[in-house]
Each structure stands twice: as C-alpha cells, then as structure tokens.
Design a protein around this ligand. Structure first.
Ligand code: GRG
Length: 295
C-alpha cells in the first residue's frame, strides 16, 4: 500500500470513530443537532484526531480509550470553524465544500451549534472516566484539552488575531497568534495521544514540541494556500485574508520564504520525532506530506 492509500484508509477509520459519537437528530432541539452534524459530516481532513491516534499508537497505546478524545478534538476544531466563518469574524460562505453553517441555519443557530459542539466535546471526552475508572491519565488528558482550547490556547490566539485586523503585525505577534490559534489544538491532539498512551515528563514535552512545529508549518501553509490554492480543492474561498485585511506570514515574508520555512519547520518536527522511541514511520510520512498539501 502507498502512503496515500494508507492515509485514506486511516482517515476513513478515524472518521467512522468520530461518527459514532455524533448526536442523534431527534427531540425538540432537533435543529441545533442537525446544524452540529451538518458541519461535522461535511468532510475535512480529520488531521487532529489522526495525529492523536497515531501518537497514541506510536507510544504504545492500545484499546479504545483514545477514541472519545479523538471525537472531542474534532468537535472543538469544528466549533472553531463554524465561529470563524461567522459574519462577525471572517464572514465566509463556504467551508469544507459546503455552504457555511450560518448561511444554511442562520447566524443565531450557527452560534449555538458551535457552542453545542464545544460543550459536547467535553461531555464526550469525559466518557473516558467510565472507560478507565481511577486512571489519572484521563483527567490529565481532559485538562490538556481544556487548557489548549481556552484563552491560553486557541481562543486566546483568535482574540489577538481579531484585535489585530487591519493593523501591521510584527513577526513576534504573528508567531504568538499562530502558536495559539492553530498550534494549540494540534499540540492538544498529539499531547493527549501521548498522555493516554502512558507517556510522562520529557516525552510529553517533546511531543508538544513536534506538534508546535507541525502547527506553525500548517498555518503558514494555510496562508500560502489562501493565495495560491483554488476554492474547488480547498472547499473554502481563497483570498480570504486579503478580504479581511489580515497580515499573514506570506505578506510579511513573501511566498518563497514562506514555502522554505514550511519545509524547514516540518523537518525540524521530524528531527525531534526521530529522537523518540516507537514506530513512527506513518507519522513521519504524514508530517512530510503536509509540506506539499494542496488542501
Ligand atoms: C468561542 C470564544 C470562542 C472562540 C472561537 C473562532 C475560534 C475560536 C478560533 C478560530 C481558530 C481557527 C479557525 C484557526 C485556523 C486553523 C486552521 C488552519 C483551520 C483549518 O484546518 P483544516 O485545514 O480544516 O485542518 P479541515 O476542514 O480539513 O478540518
């Protein structure tokens, strides 16, 4: 099997796992449940749960304890996309190849669907307590999930991003935004995989470092694709950053340097990963493949 075929197969497996945790669209609150599922089932690369599961496996994790956390991280990520597309934020009409949630369900319902997914994520991850009673790894993984999502993680990065619109940004502030807005959830994904596999101390820190680099490279590539990609392949509009008067890595460094940096930062992530024990061939290939991703 080629790496691409293996990736397709593993992504499919991850998606099936996530689907098992989606709510049934019944009851008086049927509409919000539909709106939540609308976005969750719209596709997407499933990168974060995939990174979580691969890190878990690499560090010797077995069984299903990681699964509710895989679903939870994709719910939080999807919540962030729904809110990021809202009129008050980027005001985008397409995401994952579909009309955005607020376009289909209206703004109020999209806000609620985003909030619903954010909360469902914690409800779902909390199932880990019943799966492994008394196991401290579950609490530690949950604390990591919450910390990386909140104001010291993704939400904090988004807040600084929103505040910086239309202003010239220096490199340091841009790095801060990227590390939190995009990097924090990728860090959560890999660190939770490591924690649930039973990793401790230095290994968790190293995985966090790998993930921080993967996240930074991922966001720079996102900036590159916003100016070089196509809506058909990306499933979302291009030139969104320019439309929203955003300073990006590409506007500061130029396209060529941005491309070179994606490669260099990704190779640094792989170098750190190589210093760790465990079967890591798939993770290495995955990080390498992100350098030239088109979507
Ligand atoms: C509720 C206070 C509050 C905040 C919401 C909106 C928000 C916080 C955060 C936005 C974070 C964000 C959208 C960062 C961009 C990250 C990014 C590059 C997303 C695209 O990820 P992909 O390419 O998407 O993995 P798919 O669709 O493949 O899953």
């Amino acid at each position: 099997m080629t790496f691409e075929q293996e990736l397709e197969k593993r992504t499919q497996e991850v998606q099936e796992t996530i689907y098992g945790y989606l709510p049934k669209e019944t009851g008086c609150q049927k509409t919000i449940l539909e709106a939540m599922n609308y976005s969750m089932t719209a596709g997407g690369k499933r990168l974060r749960p995939l990174l979580m599961r691969e890190t878990y496996r690499m560090l010797g994790g077995e069984g299903t304890l990681v699964e509710p956390f895989m679903a939870a991280i994709e719910m939080i990520h999807t919540h962030s996309l729904i809110h990021d597309d809202l009129p008050a934020m980027d005001n985008d009409e397409y995401r994952r190849g579909r009309k955005t949630t607020h376009v289909v369900y209206g703004e109020a319902m999209a806000i609620l669907a985003g909030d619903g997914l954010l909360n469902l994520a914690y409800e779902t991850a909390s199932r880990g307590f019943a799966m492994a009673p008394g196991d401290t790894r579950v609490g530690s993984a949950l604390a990591t999930l919450a910390a990386k999502t909140g104001v010291y993680g993704m939400m904090g990065g988004q807040a600084v991003d929103v505040e910086s619109v239309g202003e010239p940004l220096d490199r340091e502030r841009l790095h801060f935004i990227y590390r939190l807005k995009t990097g924090a959830l990728i860090e959560a994904s890999m660190m939770i995989g490591a924690i649930l596999a039973g990793a401790v101390g230095e290994d968790i820190l190293r995985i966090g470092q790998v993930a921080a680099d993967v996240g930074l490279a991922f966001q720079i590539q996102d900036d590159i694709l916003d100016v070089t990609g196509t809506q058909q392949i990306l499933g979302k509009p291009i030139n969104s950053d320019e439309k929203n008067h955003k300073t990006t890595y590409v506007t500061i460094e130029g396209l060529e340097k941005a491309r070179a940096d994606v490669e260099q930062i990704s190779r640094r992530a792989i170098h750190t990963l190589d210093g760790m024990t465990g079967e890591k061939e798939f993770l290495r290939e995955l990080i390498l493949s992100l350098i030239s991703r088109k979507k």
